[in-house]
Each structure stands twice: as C-alpha cells, then as structure tokens.
Design a protein around this ligand. Structure first.
Ligand code: DC
Length: 202
C-alpha cells in the first residue's frame, strides 16, 4: 500500500510523512532527497542533469548515500535546495527519478513524500494527502530549520514555488481525490492522527 503525501516546501510534509511511516511501521520515501542528490552531483561533477540522474546511485534510509558517499547533511544546504528546484524542471531528470521511485514503491508498504507522488509517481496510491500551510508559517519553519532570516526565506520560497508550479509539470497541483490538510497552527501529532485514520479507513 502507498500513502502519497504532496505539498509545497515547508508545509510540513517531511515531518508528517516520517511520523506516519513510524506510526504504521512502514518505509518512508523522501523523493525530494533524490532531486537534491542530482543537484549536488551536477554541482560537483558537471554534466547533463538528465544523464547524471540516470546514472547516479542513490540510497535512501537513515542516511542518504550518493554513489556510496554520505550526503545527508550536504543535500540540506540552501544552494543545493536551489539547484534541486532547477534540475527538477528538466523533464529528463523527472523521468529518470520517477522510474527509480516507481521501482522502489513496487514492493511493500510506503509513505512517499514529494510534489508529484499522487499525480505522476503513484496515481494508484490508496491514500493521497495534499499538505499546505500559510506562506508565513512555511517560511518561519524553514528559517528555524536553517537558522536564517524568515523574510529572506519567504522571498526564496516564493521563487521556488513559482518554479515548482511552472511549465508543464505543475507539480504543486493537488491530485483529484487528495485530502487537503492545512497544517498552519496544528500540532504534528494531531495531523499524523488524521492521516493514520485515513489509512485505517482504507
Ligand atoms: O522537498 P524538498 O525541498 O526536499 O525538494 C527539493 C526540490 O525538489 C524542490 O524544489 C521540489 C523538487 N521536487 C520535485 O520537483 N518533485 C518531487 N517529487 C520532490 C521534490
């Protein structure tokens, strides 16, 4: 079974997805980490992003390994986040990563988090959730994580949202049938309860 959790940066997807996976005892797939790995590899080695995406080896778990190297912290740096949002606009990169993600999700029970899980990667997901929060709350959370100025984060986030929802990909659109959850001002446990209840209902 697959639970798809999509939504914009800072909406609380990662915290919700991780906690739901832990609660259910299921595996957790962070697809954003894969786009971040491609951005890091391109920044370090150069090359055509789609070719890099098709050839690198990404291992996801407690630590993120890129061709065997631990990049868990490196991929969280702001320049890599910016790079990820750019390589994610490349249809060849998306095709390569979606193929890898679909292979991963084929076996077992998963909570998968990203932008296009319910629309593209796993349209047959049994539970689809679209998580949002106000722009101010999203910027505040990201700024706290990064130790940065919330106003600066808000501006960069608006740029990323524009890219993430531009062109042909529209990765920020909720899938038909997705349950919308606004996490603004809500406790994590409360949101996790709501998602777990949706899974149990299935
Ligand atoms: O969720 P995140 O911040 O780790 O994602 C990094 C970037 O990758 C973000 O700009 C959007 C992009 N992304 C995407 O286009 N599709 C996904 N399924 C996951 C992330």
């Amino acid at each position: 079974m697959v639970v798809a959790i999509d939504g914009p940066a800072g909406a609380g997807k990662s915290s919700v997805a991780r906690a739901v996976a832990a609660r259910l005892g299921w595996a957790y797939l962070d697809t954003g980490a894969m786009y971040r790995c491609v951005a890091l590899a391109v920044a370090e080695r150069g090359g055509e992003p789609s070719a890099v995406a098709a050839t690198i080896d990404i291992e996801l778990g407690d630590r993120v390994l890129l061709d065997g190297r631990d990049v868990t912290e490196a991929i969280r740096r702001p320049p890599v986040a910016e790079g990820a949002s750019k390589v994610a606009m490349d249809p060849g990169v998306r095709r390569a990563l979606v193929t890898k993600q679909q292979a991963i999700l084929r076996t077992g029970d998963w909570v998968a988090e990203g932008r296009d899980i319910a629309l593209v990667v796993a349209p047959d997901a049994e539970v689809k959730v679209f998580v949002t929060a106000s722009a101010e709350e999203r910027a505040r959370r990201r700024a706290a994580d990064l130790g940065r100025d919330p106003a600066d984060v808000l501006r960069r986030m608006a740029d990323r949202d524009r890219r993430d929802s531009s062109g042909e990909r529209s990765v920020l659109a909720p899938a038909p049938g997705a349950v919308h959850i606004d996490t603004t001002g809500r406790a994590l446990d409360d949101v996790v309860d709501e998602v777990v209840a949706l899974v149990e209902a299935r």
